[in-house]
Write a protein that binds this ligand. Sequence first.
Ligand code: NDP
Length: 276
Amino acid sequence: MTDFYAVIGNPIAHSKSPLIHAEFSRQTGQDIRYEAILAPVDAFPATVSSFRARGGKGANVTVPFKLEAHKISTRLTERAQAAQAVNTLVFEPGGIAGDNTDGAGLVRDIRANLKFLIKARRVLLMGAGGAARGVILPLLEHKPQVLAIANRTKQKACELQQLFSRYGNGNIVSAAYADLAGEKFDLVINATSASLRGELPALPAGIFADGSLAYDMMYSDGLTPFLQYAKQQGAARLADGIGMLVEQAAESFLLWRGIRPETAPVIEMLGSCTTS
Ligand code: NDP
């Protein structure tokens, strides 16, 4: 019997998740149907309830509902609790389990697909919104030498440093972009939404260390503004967020179906912008 899943967001027409899950379903032989649902901004819980009433078994949640998904979850994984944001719902008898697979997706893309080690490296995470929050714990699990969180509004970076300090070993710092002058990083992750508007965080010149990887969670046809800048600044390797998108989807699929699909062919199909 076919099981139903969905991605719920607003807007949602652009979502690549239905395509990704259709590929996973084909590849694994799992009998699922996965649709995109546009939820009115003031009716996320009602949209989830009606999908569940139609036989939905679980859902992905995207902008702007990840915080609300956290609120309606009756059980949370540690990584969702730490992120205070949920991107995967699993409908259980009597409740809803909430998880956050974004960070695991990012880290898997960096380590397994891009073969870049995080351990003992200097990592810069730009941004302090939902996406940044979701990846801090999984990054810390791989023991970077330093995890610097930089944000345009420095106060929000400070808040994240405090929130996650118990998971680090004193290796988390927070900064405004100007504070980074003279510093160098091995891995620079753009978790801001600046690229969406063709903008760039106000990074000082010279922050890319020899052999560094610049990673933009955003993806577009061609290089994003951040990746163009990183290339000019001498970053050795560039990657966009397609790999993260596919890996977080695979992690959700694993939660729902108990089987991890192959991600490499799907990343290739979607045309990730990656250089090595
Ligand atoms: P939020 O709206 O929660 O946060 C936006 C962040 O971007 C804030 O830190 C904000 O800083 C910063 N920002 C916005 N404009 C600028 C600018 N011009 N200069 C510097 N900083 C800026 O967004 P999300 O965290 O939800 O999403 C961020 C990005 O991550 C999006 O591009 C999204 O598409 C991507 N993403 C990709 C995923 C994937 O699977 N590949 C998964 C999840 C997200 P301030 O606090 O000062 O306003």
